[in-house]
Design a protein around this ligand. Structure first.
Ligand code: NAD
Length: 290
């Protein structure tokens, strides 16, 4: 398939590399001048999109997605698929999809979970909003870049489920970290804490699969000096998107709001930037109640 790929950063480059490995014809563009090995390099986003059957975007935020969309939609051929895999706000996803559809294109919002490791291994999970016809065309590509894709309804629903999932993740990671810090102060052994909680009603992905305590549970960023993994600033971004969406629809999300405030403090006021989001544990360890 002829593919345009725009945004070849930490996630986009390995995703494009997997499409190339599978024999697809990929033309890439990134404002930073970076490329994916084996991809044809375009001089602009519009050039990468011209003549492509599917255009994939993997960009930092909704504002950038909107500006790239304004440039590429007029360049795309009728019937082509605009497949956005970035994590952006629901409003931007819906606005871009509406513009694409008005131009005779199919539009899918398909944010991912699985991080850089999943992008490299081709095992991402895609959560998808958009129409069936577009999804049918994009499915072979999703199957190369990912292990699982779930169609969650019309445009914007992929982003909606992504921010709900990550709001749960942010809250449970904080809860897991503060519980470990409390357990330490109560004189509990961390291994005993893990052995009980991971098989009791306090279990979660944060505890069982991504334990924030070094040397405990399966290998995780805690065992690698809290090198990301999933960076604290990305969790901060996703919690912000969740709160913006909650405000827009008048949803009461007090735990999500508190998690956003804690990650903001961690990233902007403390040493969280560039560390894994599970580095909340050493943060709590050092603190008292004051
Ligand atoms: P990144 O910053 O490494 O990559 C984004 C790329 O987009 C950069 O290379 C940048 O130069 C490029 N770009 C910016 N503006 C552009 C423009 N106008 N035209 C063309 N290219 C442009 O970020 P990433 O880690 O690859 O993340 C990409 C998206 O995936 C984000 O929305 C992020 O929230 C999401 N995501 C990331 C992870 C992760 O673990 N890194 C996990 C899940 C989802």
């Amino acid at each position: 398939m002829k593919i345009g790929f725009i945004g070849l950063g930490n996630m986009g480059a390995p995703m494009a590399a997997n499409l190339l490995k599978a024999g697809h014809d990929v033309t890439g563009f990134d404002v930073a001048g970076i490329t994916a090995e084996g991809a044809r390099e375009a001089a602009s986003a519009a050039e990468a999109a011209t003549g492509a059957e599917v255009v994939i975007t993997m960009l930092p935020n909704g504002q950038i997605l909107r500006s790239v969309a304004a440039e590429i939609i007029p360049a795309m051929s009728a019937g082509a698929v605009f497949l956005d895999c970035s994590t952006v706000d629901v409003d931007s996803a819906r606005a871009v999809a509406a513009d694409a559809q008005a131009a005779g294109l199919s539009a899918l919002d398909a944010p991912v979970s699985g991080g850089i490791g999943g992008a490299t291994a081709g095992t991402l999970t895609f959560m998808i909003g958009g129409d069936d016809a577009g999804l049918a065309k994009a499915q072979p590509l999703l199957d190369i870049m990912g292990g699982k894709s779930v169609h969650c309804g019309p445009s914007g629903n992929g982003q909606a489920v992504k921010i709900c999932n990550n709001m749960i993740l942010g809250v449970t990671m904080i809860a897991t970290c503060e519980a470990f810090a409390l357990a330490d102060k109560l004189g509990l052994d961390r291994q005993a804490m893990f052995d009980v909680v991971s098989t009791s009603s306090g279990y979660s992905w944060s505890m069982n699969a991504y334990c924030p305590a070094p040397g405990i549970g399966p290998k995780s960023p805690a065992d690698n000096g809290y090198k990301p993994g999933f960076a604290a600033e990305l969790m901060f971004k996703d919690l912000g998107l969740a709160q913006n969406a909650a405000e827009a629809v008048d949803a009461d999300t007090p735990m999500g709001e508190r998690a956003l405030a804690l990650y903001r403090q961690f990233v902007e006021g403390e040493d969280g930037r560039g560390r894994d989001f599970s580095a909340m544990l050493p943060r709590f360890e050092k603190r008292g109640r004051g």
